[in-house]
Write a protein that binds this ligand. Structure first.
Ligand SMILES: Nc1ncnc2c1ncn2[C@@H]1O[C@H](COP(=O)(O)OP(=O)(O)OP(=O)(O)O)[C@@H](O)[C@H]1O
Length: 273
């Protein structure tokens, strides 16, 4: 589907404010405050086109908030967030929606509408962002449900009739509805058994390769980090350190060392090798 078809409802923003180049996301000097609580203080991050980037950090360090700021859903106290070459703070509301439509998001619990079938859920972004005829939206939903690894009859089911793993796949099908450039995943394997989690990881990797997606994934799952992430961003001391797994294994910061060299980190690396 051509991007122009998808964004018929929302005017595309003018040409990117800077060259997208190899980076689809650039965060500079990000400061995030909630009252007296400072979550990010001068945080920088670059996300390369076509990579799978894992984002880790202690509980409450602001990983989910960072995703929402990149998406333009929360406004930082200071700093600059550029996505797909656009400064998110400088866009009008409709332009921001148009850039957001080039992303897909899978929230932790799938965030499906319980009163809608899976197919109807997948059609929501298509109805919101395009003027495609109903027959075409339902055909696209059918294709996306298949791409997410669900059987054809899953489209007629309600979220309450699905297992946790199937609900995540349904959320993924919805995240893929608009053929996104960037896929954001918030703890995609949380709550899945190890076999289900490994299958979901492989699905993400296969989709990323076949569709040329960039994937930004918040995760606590060391198996996902070792098996599918090209680089890992660690949110620590209110900033981000980013590197390959090999680079982070050599990082002397105590939290990073404990995270990757602790028993779980060692087990995940053994399983991968
Ligand atoms: N809209 C908001 N208003 C006020 N505080 C918020 C808001 N959103 C998040 N917070 C606070 O910011 C902190 C970081 O939240 P966030 O959900 O980003 O953490 P996280 O790193 O994703 O944690 P976890 O790994 O436990 O999911 C938390 O203390 C949370 O209560």
């Amino acid at each position: 589907m051509a991007p122009d078809d998808q964004t018929a409802r929302h005017p595309a923003p003018d040409a990117p404010s800077s060259s997208e180049g190899d980076f689809v996301i650039r965060v500079r000097g990000l400061v995030t405050r909630f009252g007296p609580q400072v979550l990010h203080d001068g945080l920088d991050l670059d996300v390369r086109r076509g990579e799978v980037l894992g984002i880790v950090g202690g509980s409450g360090t602001g990983k989910s908030v960072l995703l929402k700021e990149i998406l333009g859903l929360i406004h930082p106290a200071a700093g600059r967030v550029e996505m797909l070459g656009h400064d998110m703070e400088r866009l009008s509301d409709s332009e921001r929606i148009s850039v957001q439509a080039r992303t897909g998001v899978l929230f932790q619990d799938g965030a499906l509408f319980s009163s809608m079938t899976v197919a109807e859920n997948v059609m929501v972004p298509l109805k919101e962002h395009t003027d495609l005829p109903p027959q075409l939206t339902s055909e696209i939903a059918r294709v996306k449900i298949g791409m997410a690894g669900l059987p054809p009859n899953a489209g007629r089911k309600y979220p309450s009739e699905l297992s946790g793993g199937m609900r995540k796949r349904a959320g993924l099908a919805r995240a893929l509805a608009l053929d996104p450039d960037i896929l954001f995943l918030d703890e995609p394997t949380a709550g899945l058994d190890p076999i289900g989690a490994a299958a979901f990881d492989q699905l993400i990797r296969n989709l990323q390769r076949s569709l040329g997606l960039t994937v930004c994934m918040v995760t606590h799952d060391l198996d996902s980090l070792t098996s599918i992430c090209d680089r890992i961003a660690v949110l620590i001391d209110k900033k981000i350190r980013v590197g390959t797994l090999a680079e982070l294994l050599d990082d002397p910061h105590p939290w990073i060392h404990e995270y990757f060299h602790g028993p779980r980190g060692r087990a995940a690396r053994r399983a991968e090798s």
